[in-house]
Write a protein that binds this ligand. Structure first.
Ligand SMILES: Nc1ncnc2c1ncn2[C@@H]1O[C@H](COP(=O)(O)OP(=O)(O)OP(=O)(O)O)[C@@H](O)[C@H]1O
Ligand SMILES: [Mg+2]
Length: 457
């Protein structure tokens, strides 16, 4: 059942309950008031009638006048009977065609009205005292016909009014609900389209309600972000496939050529070496892709990591990998800690130092520092190399972006800095390139540090 239908049913139900209760209350009030008027008139009539009873010896006579009730003075058929103390009926009007009821079946306190039936006629009755014969009592009753007719008419009128009010209310509720839920429906429709893969779907609302306008804007913004994310994922996959294809093509070419053309042993060896070179490229690219995919999804518990240790092991790994290069790597680290994953942080430092060494002339220095300033840990990697051209600065953190000079080289895929940026983000940090350097490049990573860790350092 849709939200719109549920809301409509809820409002209609509320309407039925509210109107039903209101109409029932009105009926009860009106009916009671009429009954009270009748009872009061009946009681007065009974007292007057008691005065007119004539008791002569053994004979008791009841007057023949009809009973008049209410302000309109309407006259009603009189049902009267006089009972002796032992219940014996001393006199009764002929209207009691079925006979006056036995006293013990109708005995009520004097002055308290009650219901009575005589054949098919419903009566309202009351007992009154005879002033001249205290032990005798007069039963005076009148038909309830007028009262019951009024009640029936009231019920019929109210049922018609209730049904029409509910019908009109339901139509109004339907229009109201449609107006109120138009924007929700629009959002739900767009959500369904997005769920089915249509990222071009947008909510176009004409609503003037500021909350709705804001919600619509937020949902549209969310879809735009989602679209950008999906596009960037698609671009990433296309780049990755492209990067993977180059070494695979090289291996395939090298091996099929070696198979087709018979060579001597050194020739085969050379072919294998070439294939191995491409395999290494493939392996390092696959590793980088895996790292990139894994960042942020690392479910291992965060632990305090001392940056000096991370820097030492990253620098040693880079030195081993770049052994023929003569670049001096200086490190200056205090006892700073951050909370994170040591392996990822080591990867971050290694990527930055690798880049620095790769772009540094032989004999130059690369400086790695780690220090805590106020509530921030700063890690920087600076070199004395070529620096980064102004035009490339905005894009160097994009996956697969490589500078013009690096594109020709077979080394690297352009994932290093993207990985650095993701690892920094996963550690509540941020990486940026310092812009005011005259020589070389300097990358700075800033981490927020939990105060407790800074103190313990
Ligand atoms: N220290 C640096 N000096 C000069 N240019 C740099 C430096 N670090 C990065 N760059 C530029 O930024 C580009 C992107 O760097 P990134 O580390 O992402 O990729 P890569 O080093 O080319 O490949 P990978 O890191 O995947 O092996 C590089 O191609 C290079 O042009
Ligand atoms: Mg790199």
């Amino acid at each position: 059942m849709t939200f719109r239908t549920r809301l409509f049913l809820a409002i209609t139900l509320l309407l039925v309950v509210t109107l039903g209760t209101a109409f029932a209350s009105v009926f009860v009030v009106v009916h009671r008031s009429e009954l009270r008027d009748l009872d009061e008139a009946l009681f007065e009539a009974a007292q007057e009638e008691a005065l007119e009873i004539v008791v002569a010896g053994n004979e008791t006579q009841i007057g023949g006048n009809p009973v008049s009730t209410g302000d309109d003075g309407s006259r009603l058929v009189k049902y009267a009977a006089v009972y002796a103390a032992d219940g014996h009926v001393l006199a009764q009007t002929p209207s009691f065609s079925c006979g006056a009821p036995p006293l013990d079946t109708v005995l009520h306190r004097r002055g308290v009205p009650f219901d009575l039936t005589c054949g098919s006629v419903n009566l309202r009755a009351v007992f009154a005292r005879l002033p001249q014969h205290e032990e005798d009592r007069l039963l005076l009753a009148v038909p309830r016909t007028q009262l019951d007719d009024d009640a029936r008419f009231l019920i019929q009128t109210m049922v018609v009014a209730l049904v029409s009010s509910i019908a009109i209310g339901a139509v109004v509720a339907r229009l109201l609900v449609r107006g109120l839920t138009r924007d929700h429906e629009a959002i739900a429709t767009v959500a369904r389209r997005v769920a089915n893969g249509d990222l071009k779907a947008r909510i176009s609302t004409k609503s003037k309600n500021p909350e709705m306008v804001q919600l619509t804007r937020d949902v549209d913004e969310m879809i735009i972000r989602l679209e950008q994310l999906v596009h960037s994922q698609e671009r990433f996959v296309a780049h990755a496939a492209h990067e993977l294809r180059s070494p695979v093509t090289a291996i395939y070419g090298e091996l099929s050529l070696a198979l087709r053309k018979t060579r001597d042993a050194p020739g085969y060896r050379q072919a294998i070496e070439h294939a191995l070179e491409s395999t290494k490229q493939l392996k390092s690219l696959a590793e980088e892709l895996l790292v990139f995919a894994r960042i942020g999804a690392n479910e291992a518990k965060l632990a305090p990591v001392r940056l000096s240790e991370v820097v030492a092991s990253a620098v040693s790994a880079v030195k081993d990998a770049m052994a023929p290069r003569v670049v001096v790597i200086d490190t200056s680290c205090d006892a700073s800690f951050i909370e994170g994953h040591a392996r990822d942080l080591e990867r971050l430092v290694r990527n930055l130092v690798e880049n620095a060494v790769r772009h540094s002339p032989d004999g130059s220095h690369v400086t790695v520092t780690a220090s805590t300033v106020d509530d921030e840990v700063r890690l920087s990697v600076a070199d004395e190399g070529s620096g980064i051209p102004e035009a490339d600065r905005a894009r160097i953190f994009e996956p697969f972006f490589r500078g013009a000079a690096d594109r020709a080289s077979e080394e690297g895929a352009g994932l290093g800095l993207a990985i650095v940026s993701e690892i920094a983000r996963a550690h509540r940090g941020q990486v940026h390139l310092e812009s005011d350097r005259k020589k070389g490049a300097c990358f700075v990573v800033r981490f927020a540090v939990p105060p407790a860790l800074v103190e313990s350092a």
